[in-house]
Design a binder for this molecule. Sequence first.
Ligand SMILES: [Zn+2]
Length: 255
Amino acid sequence: MFFPKELLDNIVYYKVITILTGAGISAESGISTFRDKGGLWDKYRPEDLACQSAFDADPLLVWSWYQYRRDTIARARPNPGHLALVKWEALARDFTLITQNVDGLHRAAGCRRIVELHGNIRINRCQVCGQESNMEETPFDGQVPICSCGGMFRPGVVWFGAMLPENALRVAFQAAEHCDLFITVGTSAVVYPAAALPEVALSRGIPVIEINPEMTPFSKSATHYIQGPAGTVLPELVAVYEKAHGLSSPTDPNS
Ligand SMILES: [Zn+2]
């Protein structure tokens, strides 16, 4: 794997790391963007189901679609890219993982400080009182799950046309404002407000690295573009980081 010399020379100085992930890292675990042809649901566009008006019109239809998505996600496992980020979190002094993915794979891998900008598909949220429960506690079993307050549960994701959660956005921007290395992984970072996060880091003169199999509109703005899948690039990059920080001996008596 080729890493830019400037990155290798400076990696020892990077202690506050912020990562922004998108659909690309989940795709390596077999999770599609649900725009594939030939599927059970291909006559629907995701934006026509993942919205409040669709839920208001036909909550059972929207729930059935999310159950199909949950079934797909339940079979997916974190890949070496997810696992490398767990290791990086343990190595770095400060580490924030911001994700646009709703599949919960970063959580399943073991990452602790996660900002889920678009929510989490494994969570149910009451649309009346806001109470949250996990999908095992209040499963969709062909009937819309109902909260103890009597309100309908809906999947705990951010729908098209809705605002991103205020608290998650605040933490994400704080992380972009305080990190000394910012990395985008598997995202084209063109949709706002998430697209503003690497811009914040760049405006501070902080290096922004993009890791993607293909170049994106953002690649030219990034300080370094590293071509390749997350599952290949991240384990190698974390190994370089670990070595530079002298952290490679787990039996170090001084640690
Ligand atoms: Zn409720």
